[in-house]
Write a protein that binds this ligand. Structure first.
Ligand SMILES: NC(=O)c1ccc[n+]([C@@H]2O[C@H](COP(=O)([O-])OP(=O)(O)OC[C@H]3O[C@@H](n4cnc5c(N)ncnc54)[C@H](OP(=O)(O)O)[C@@H]3O)[C@@H](O)[C@H]2O)c1
Length: 317
């Protein structure tokens, strides 16, 4: 079993494994997810990413509690991230308690505000209707996120899908600054401005869809199929996926990558060993940029705070 998982130290001193195992899948089959997590633990993955809206909390929780009961791991050796869904902004404490019930855990390591969007209570549709939106009050949401932390329900709090402007606003009223901003990042969406802002404010950037989500209903093969990525892979006797992951890690970010296929799971964790050189970095820097998860489903002309995706990302798209 691999036991050399690299860690990053967050702004509150907590250490987080740099490779996270994503648990979102279009099918959301509990048994498949549970099996994949058990296999991932054997391979050395120690960071698991879930969210209420993925429906994967129960399967992840079962796999972790079984592994803890079997003595495969101790609770303190795994890092679990989950997320506040947009219809729970009115009560993050109750939402996190429900997440803990689903996972069968006493605490999680990281709780993230999934999107800077508030929906009416009870809306569990990942693609909301116009009538589902509510008025966003991030100051109130963040206050209750801080209470989650104070109550010991989680060890860290953070955000996801926040632009630099939205982070800047949050920092104006936050007593506890976010430890992490989890955003889309890969060789075709490099987040230079956001990474620079986060570096200055000691907010760690975590990359979701680090392969561009090939095979997801909304994802693309553009990243792993890109000729530049493929040629760098060939040069290092690595795979395109490993190049994408290694590039993320070399930029100081952690990567949250999903595969439920044993061969690809091994391949992905093996990216820790892949070292790219400055020439590779320059080649990637020259690639065209393309944001794949654009968030159109959270914009509308009437009820959303964002009329367009430019509003949602504050022109950082
Ligand atoms: N915060 C957010 O808003 C947000 C948004 C999206 C995702 N996430 C999190 O980030 C995780 C990862 O993102 P993602 O699932 O969208 O994208 P991803 O990790 O970039 O891609 C996953 C897809 O790539 C395939 N794949 C995995 N390894 C591969 C490899 N080595 N070569 C070729 N294909 C490979 C997987 O299929 P197989 O399973 O068949 O290998 C799956 O279809 C999610 O599971 C979720 O936990 C967060």
């Amino acid at each position: 079993m691999r036991n050399r998982m690299r860690m990053v130290r967050l702004n509150n001193g907590v250490k987080m494994p740099v490779v996270g195992f994503g648990t979102y899948s279009d099918d959301n089959d509990g048994e498949i997810t549970q099996l994949a997590v058990r296999q991932a633990l054997k391979m050395g993955y120690r960071h698991f990413d879930t969210a209420k809206i993925y429906g994967s909390e129960p399967a992840l929780g079962k796999a972790l509690t079984e592994a803890i009961a079997d003595g495969v791991i101790q609770r303190k050796d795994v890092f679990v991230t989950s997320k506040l869904w947009s219809s729970d902004h009115h009560d993050p404490v109750s939402a996190l308690k429900q997440t803990l019930d689903e996972l069968g855990l006493d605490y999680i390591d990281m709780y993230l505000v999934h999107w800077p969007v508030k929906l009416k209570p009870g809306v569990n549709n990942p693609v909301p209707e116009e009538s589902d939106f509510d008025d966003l009050d991030m100051e109130n949401t963040w206050y209750w996120m801080e209470q989650c932390l104070a109550m010991g329900l989680c060890r860290c709090i953070g955000v996801s899908n926040f632009s630099t402007s939205k982070l800047q606003q949050l920092l104006c009223f936050a007593t506890v600054p976010p430890a992490v901003n989890q955003v889309e990042m890969h060789p075709m969406w490099r987040q230079r401005k956001l990474r620079e802002f986060c570096r200055r404010h000691r907010i760690h950037v975590s990359a979701y869809s680090p392969l561009g989500g090939p095979g997801n209903y909304w994802g693309s093969t553009a990243v792993v199929g890109h000729p530049v990525v493929k040629s760098i892979a060939l040069k290092h006797d690595a795979t395109p996926a490993q190049v994408a992951l290694a590039r993320g890690m070399s930029r100081g970010v952690s990567v949250i990558v999903k595969s439920f296929n044993q061969r690809r799971m091994k391949e992905n964790i093996g990216a820790i060993e892949v070292e790219l050189d400055e020439y590779d970095m320059l080649e990637i820097q020259r690639m065209e940029e393309w944001k794949i998860m654009r968030g159109e489903f959270l914009t509308n002309q009437t009820t959303s705070p964002y009329r367009t995706i430019q509003d949602l990302w504050d022109d950082e798209i």
